[in-house]
Structures are given as structure tokens and as C-alpha cells.
Design a protein around this ligand. Structure first.
Ligand code: SAH
Length: 393
């Protein structure tokens, strides 16, 4: 095993089980590990501290284990079994009304660099590190085994998530097991098409499941605007909840097609729904004041720390437009999925927007990611989704 030696004192965060070794903490590397190879991490006093996937970049090692156990198929099987048992405890496995969930959430499941979302009988597997890409076949086999016949297809979708600088072979997307054109999944009794071949992320935003269910409870008799709708998740929940009208907006026409298909799948011919392929800011500027339930679920405005200030300004600007136009007694569901924007920063940005509008605003709910996106207590970076449900007088 090749060895990464840390600079003196740099093992402290690992002793607290934080699963990353930054390149700046490394004194020297013994042997010349390939990208994605499993390496050992030693202190400057030559004591073993961790074992993980090596990669060139700011995060040099993603820790798989803090003990000297082999990283083999049995290792993957054990880790995946824990992830499966957790989802089972959450009631997410074997529920025909809701067969969409995240089975593996990277560091949150002690599997850094790996995401697995389940859609019915298909698992979509995504590698975010060179190591998980190299080990994908072993991981897929272990996945198949622990799911005990429940998964017929495993689609590998990592083309856009792998470190593009790494010299990795066979990075294209494709089925590692099975292969099916059948792509309808269920969430809380609602159907939707999953475009795992070309869609964003693994094809659907699994992380809004519970927040969509909450929106349904507020929808009766309301005029709903679902801004940044992507596949229309919030829209079909609003329709089931008895909304009077639902308008879905996304700048991508592909997303609008998906939304229309999904609404049609659940509410064929229902005239309450209309979708618009348009920029959010333009739409918010030109729209009237007919909405009394607005969802704002934009893409991450900040992907890096240095973009935080601009991102916060963006959140303020966006929310200010909603506060300006939402009807009295309206309800605003507003989100941020930027990991680098803290809960408090986001709340301040929304606070600033509310103050600009001179409206009375109350916080009804503070939302986050669901339990199938667990946050490893030693890796707080895993917490990313923030939402507020606001009552606007
Ligand atoms: N609410 C969705 C997920 C939203 S993802 C769900 O529940 O599944 C963010 C979406 O914002 C993407 O579909 C992207 O196409 C869209 N988007 C990005 N920039 C936009 C803009 N300026 N105006 C409108 N939509 C935009």
C-alpha cells in the first residue's frame, strides 16, 4: 500500500473522523499512487490514521476507513448494507407508493464520492471521485447483492461529475447491470418520468420529497407559481393538493417538456396547469399579482466560497421580487441548495428581501434535506439544502 505522510499535527481533523485529507496537509507521498488508488495515511510520527481514495486536487484523500481493513467487495457490501438498513428504517424500501429515494449519500453514508439514487427497480450510480470510478464495478456488484433482487438495472451516470482533469478511462455513462427504457417512478403516490440518460443530477431532485409533500398541504384553492420547476415536482403535488391554478417556470425548454409530461401523467388534460420556458427574473418582472403560493428553488448560486457574496445578493434579489408581488396572505417556499451558503446567511438574505418589501413576514417552517441525505456528524459539509416557508401578510 502506498503511503501519504502528513505534516506534523495535520492528523487532528482525521482523529475527529473528518473524512478528507487536503493536499496542503501532506508532507510527502511514498510510492506514486495512481488517481483513484487506495492509499494509507500516516502521521509524521509514522502512525496509521486512515485509508482512502487518492486523487490529485485540493482534496487529496477521501477516507473510506479509519482502520486497517481491506477495501474489497466485502467492504463495499458492509458499507452498502448499513446504507440500506438506514433507508429501511426510514420506511423507504419496499413502498410501492413511493419507490424513489437516495440510497447512498457520499460522506453521509461513509462512502465519500459515491451517490446512488433508486427509482423503482433502477439504481442510478454517480461517482464524484476518481476512486469511486475505478471501483465502480465492485461497488455495483455489492449493490446488487445487498439489494437482494430489488434492483434490476444499474445505470452509471458520471460523465459530468468526475474530476475532469483526472486521466480516467471509460468515463462514459451506461448501464452496468440490466438496461431498460422503462423510466416511470413514484414519489408519495405521484408518477414521474426519470430522464437518467440525459437529465440533471441522477434525473430527478430526490431531496425535495418531503418539502413537496408539505407544499401539497398548503395548496388548496391557491394560485401557485413553481419557479425553477425542472421536472415539475412541486407542480403536481400542488395540483393534487387542490390548487386553483399552477404555473411552472424554467429557463430550460427541456425541463418544461419534462414538466408537461409529468403533469400529463398524473392529471391528463387538466387545464389548471401551464408551463413557461422563461428566465426567472424576467418572468417575475412581468408577472402580475395573481399568485398566493410561490416556490423558489433555484440552482446553487454559489458553488465556491469566493462566490458567496454574489450568491447572497442573488438570493435577496430573487426573493425581493416574490415579496413584492405575492398576494396578501400568500405563502412563499424559498430554498437554497448552495452548500457554501450557511443557513444563517440564507436567512439574512431573505430577511433583507422581506425588509425591502415592507411586508409583515413570518417563518412557518424551516426546511432541510430529508433523512435519506443524512449528515455525517463529523462532516458538516454534507448539509446543503435550506428552505423557509413564509407567511406574507
Ligand atoms: N425545483 C426542482 C429543482 C430545481 S433545479 C425540483 O423540485 O425538481 C434548478 C432549475 O433551475 C433547473 O431546472 C434549471 O434549468 C433552472 N434554471 C436555472 N437558471 C434559471 C433561470 N435564470 N431562470 C429560470 N430557470 C432557471
Amino acid at each position: 500500500m502506498k503511503i501519504v505522510y502528513l505534516k506534523p499535527g495535520k492528523e487532528e481533523s482525521l482523529r475527529r473522523f473528518h473524512p478528507w485529507v487536503f493536499s496542503g496537509a501532506i508532507a510527502r507521498i511514498e510510492g506514486e499512487p495512481e488517481e483513484g488508488e487506495v492509499v494509507d495515511v500516516y502521521t509524521s510520527a509514522k502512525e496509521f490514521v486512515a485509508r482512502g481514495h487518492y486523487q490529485v486536487g485540493s482534496i487529496a484523500v477521501r477516507v473510506l476507513t479509519f482502520s486497517q481493513e481491506p477495501v474489497d467487495r466485502d467492504f463495499w457490501r458492509r458499507r452498502l448494507s448499513v446504507a440500506r438498513d438506514l433507508r429501511r428504517a426510514l420506511g423507504l424500501i419496499g413502498n410501492p407508493q413511493s419507490d424513489t429515494y437516495r440510497l447512498v449519500y457520499g460522506e453521509g453514508d461513509n462512502l465519500p464520492g459515491l451517490i446512488v439514487d433508486v427509482y423503482g427497480r433502477t439504481a442510478v450510480m454517480q461517482a464524484h471521485s476518481a476512486g469511486m470510478h475505478i471501483d465502480r464495478m465492485e461497488v455495483a456488484e455489492a449493490l446488487d447483492e445487498v439489494m437482494d433482487g430489488m434492483i434490476e438495472n444499474i445505470y452509471y451516470k458520471s460523465e459530468s461529475t468526475l474530476p475532469f482533469k483526472a486521466d480516467l478511462v471509460e468515463r462514459e455513462n451506461g448501464f452496468l447491470k440490466g438496461g431498460t427504457p422503462e423510466n416511470i417512478a413514484m414519489e408519495n403516490g405521484l408518477k414521474f418520468h426519470v430522464d437518467w440518460l440525459k437529465g440533471q443530477k441522477t434525473g430527478f431532485f430526490v431531496d425535495q420529497r418531503e418539502n413537496r409533500a408539505l407544499l401539497e398541504r398548503y395548496s388548496r384553492g391557491r394560485n401557485v407559481l413553481n419557479m425553477f420547476c425542472y421536472t415539475g415536482g412541486f407542480s403536481f403535488y400542488a395540483m393534487r393538493g387542490g390548487a386553483s391554478l399552477v404555473h411552472s417556470v424554467d429557463s430550460s425548454s427541456k425541463a418544461i417538456d419534462l414538466t408537461n409530461q409529468n403533469v400529463e401523467l398524473n392529471f391528463p388534460g387538466d387545464a389548471r396547469h401551464q408551463a413557461f420556458a422563461e428566465d426567472a427574473f424576467k418572468f417575475l418582472d412581468r408577472m402580475g399579482d395573481q399568485y398566493d403560493l410561490i416556490v423558489l428553488d433555484p440552482p446553487a448560486f454559489a458553488k465556491h466560497r469566493d462566490a458567496i457574496r454574489n450568491a447572497l445578493r442573488g438570493y435577496t434579489k430573487l426573493n425581493a421580487k416574490a415579496f413584492e408581488k405575492i398576494r396578501p396572505g400568500g405563502i412563499l417556499f424559498t430554498f437554497s441548495c448552495s452548500q457554501v451558503v450557511s443557513k444563517q446567511d440564507f436567512r439574512n438574505a431573505v430577511f433583507t428581501a422581506a425588509a425591502q418589501s415592507h411586508r409583515n413576514v413570518r417563518i412557518l417552517h424551516q426546511l432541510t434535506q430529508p433523512a435519506d441525505h443524512p449528515v455525517n456528524i463529523y462532516h458538516p459539509e454534507g448539509e446543503y439544502l435550506k428552505g423557509l416557508v413564509l407567511y406574507v401578510e
